[in-house]
Design a protein around this ligand. Structure first.
Ligand code: 4AD
Ligand code: MG
Length: 488
């Protein structure tokens, strides 16, 4: 086997710990990393070293007589070391190889005030040290899985003929129409020019009009899909909603595929196939990290991931979902919020359907028009109501909004078939009294060569929550942005 190391002017090239753990014993190696633990006896010291390449540590064995006591005192939890020595078969259990140290250098000392020193600190406590928590086992595992999920997503779409399409982060339109946007301006906020009605004048602002950070790349994504056939976006998204929940961030990452000629059933197929691919990827590529999280965070994690692969997701019209929820209430089930036809489902309702009633993921479709966005495809009217998926008759107008609801998470995907008919779309825009100044380019897709199309948005951090078993969305992104918090 090829040697792992070579020397440059007496300096050994370091090998990543993930490679050392798989290497043949009997060679000189160099490892660099941070001390996870250091325990010593009279004759020999054991140092667990981790460099982030894997959840696993390499054990460094140091004969007490070979190393100065002063040096060994600096080998504290969190300190950064360079270690050279012989890679040998380990006599202890738990690892195949270890390093019999011949040289130890402390690259960075770490005092007793190191905040990540103690084991078993709460995630809440660690959030105050988001810059240091990355060095813990849990956050290392979560971040490696996060990387792997990004790779899974790009690979999935690349293999399925989707083009990675970049949509702008700064926008003058509001895709979701919810108005929860962060404004972008270079105006002097201490001296704002206003017209006679007290409205701010934006003529002299950087873009000459009011702009914000995007809440979704979908509208531009539709332009891509109706030219390239199938695209996906993968980028940051911003929402100024004041939702202090374990499922909401003010800055999160969203993946938005958009596909020409896709109908409602095919949209559901895509949503289901895509999520299963990501979960399978995690099971195939993140075994060590998942085993760690399964042991330390959630004992049912791996079983739950495998469960999702074996389940066929339920495809459920909203109207049918409301019927099931009301049946449950009749049988004594208590919910905090009402759920009559027309209400937006609360997370308790979504979770009842997914976790208690069906006990598997649910793709819910055909939502009441009033609670969904203007761009969704309208179902055929029938009297006061409408006819939707598989002939389901609703008591009011519905749209082909098609969300995926997941155990422990609630809504993980929000999507829809898009209204491709210009008159119907314009009618909905008028009903909502929307300003179309910034939508004319969007409506052009319906004016020139309109085509049926559909797409969805997956909240990246909600996927990571599901795949890691973590409980709070603040703990699956390196530096969370939430109300009153933009530290680091
Ligand atoms: O359901 P949403 O609002 O859908 C859209 O933005 C569509 N334009 C997507 C599309 O059809 N192309 O958001 C999509 C997903 C949600 O299902 C959720 O997973 C996630 O984005 N999400 C959030 N994740 C974290 N923090 C927030 N504040 C989120 N808001 C939505
Ligand atoms: Mg949604």
């Amino acid at each position: 086997m090829k040697g792992l190391t070579y020397k440059i002017e007496n300096q050994m090239k370091r090998t990543k710990i993930i490679d050392l753990l798989a290497a043949q014993p009997g060679q000189e190696v160099c490892a660099k990393g941070w001390v996870r633990s250091h325990r010593g006896s009279k004759n020999v010291d054991f140092i667990a070293l981790n460099d982030g390449s894997t959840i696993k540590n390499i054990q460094v064995v140091a004969d007490a007589e070979k190393f100065e006591e002063e040096l060994m005192k600096q080998v504290t939890t969190g300190a950064c070391l360079s270690v050279e020595g012989q890679l040998v078969e380990s006599v202890g259990s738990g690892q195949a190889v270890e390093i019999q140290a011949s040289k130890i250098e402390v690259l960075g000392q770490c005092g007793a005030d190191y905040p990540m020193q103690k084991k078993g600190q709460s995630f809440e406590y660690m959030r105050q040290f988001a810059h240091m928590r990355l060095r813990t086992n849990t956050f290392g595992a979560v971040m490696r899985i996060r990387h792997n999920m990004a790779m899974a997503i790009h690979t999935y779409f690349h293999e399925h003929g989707f083009f990675y399409f970049h949509t702008p982060l700064i926008t003058a339109s509001d895709c979701e129409g919810a108005g929860n946007m962060f404004q972008v301006t270079t105006k002097n906020l201490y001296d704002l020019k206003k017209d006679e009605n007290g409205k701010i004048i934006y003529d002299d602002d950087f873009f000459g009009e009011q702009t914000s950070l995007t809440v979704s790349g979908q509208l531009e994504g539709e332009l891509g899909a109706t030219a390239l056939g199938a695209i996906y976006t993968f980028g940051p998204t911003f929402r100024a909603e004041n939702s202090n929940t374990p499922r909401h961030l003010a800055e999160f990452w969203m993946i938005e595929p958009e596909v020409a000629f896709l109908d409602q059933e095919e949209l559901m197929d895509l949503e289901e196939d895509f999520i299963k691919y990501c979960v399978r990827w995690a099971l195939d590529h993140c075994q060590d990290d998942l085993e760690f999280l399964n042991k330390m965070i959630d004992k049912t994690l791996i079983a739950r991931l495998q469960g999702v692969l074996n389940e066929t997701f339920v495809r459920l019209p909203y109207t049918e979902g409301i019927r099931i929820l009301q049946e449950a209430i009749k049988n004594g089930k208590k919910f905090e919020f009402p759920c009559n036809w027309g209400d937006d489902l609360a997370s308790e309702h979504e979770r009842y359907l997914v976790e208690e009633h069906f006990k598997k993921p649910v793709i819910m479709t055909d939502y009441p028009t009033a609670i969904k966005s203007f761009y969704m495809k309208q179902n055929a009217a029938q009297g006061e109501g409408s006819v939707g998926y598989r002939g389901c008759v609703a008591p009011g107008p519905t749209m082909q909004g098609t969300d995926v609801l997941f155990p422990a998470i609630g809504e993980i995907i929000g999507g829809s078939v898009r209204e491709e008919n210009l008159d119907k779309l314009q009618g909905e825009i008028d009903r909502r009294h929307m300003d179309t100044t910034h939508l004319e380019w969007y409506l052009d897709t319906r004016r020139w060569g309109s085509c049926p199309h559909a797409g969805f948005g997956l909240g990246f951090e909600r996927l990571i929550l599901f795949v890691t078993g973590m409980q709070n969305i603040r703990d699956v992104i390196p530096f969370p942005r939430t109300p009153k918090n933009a530290m680091f």
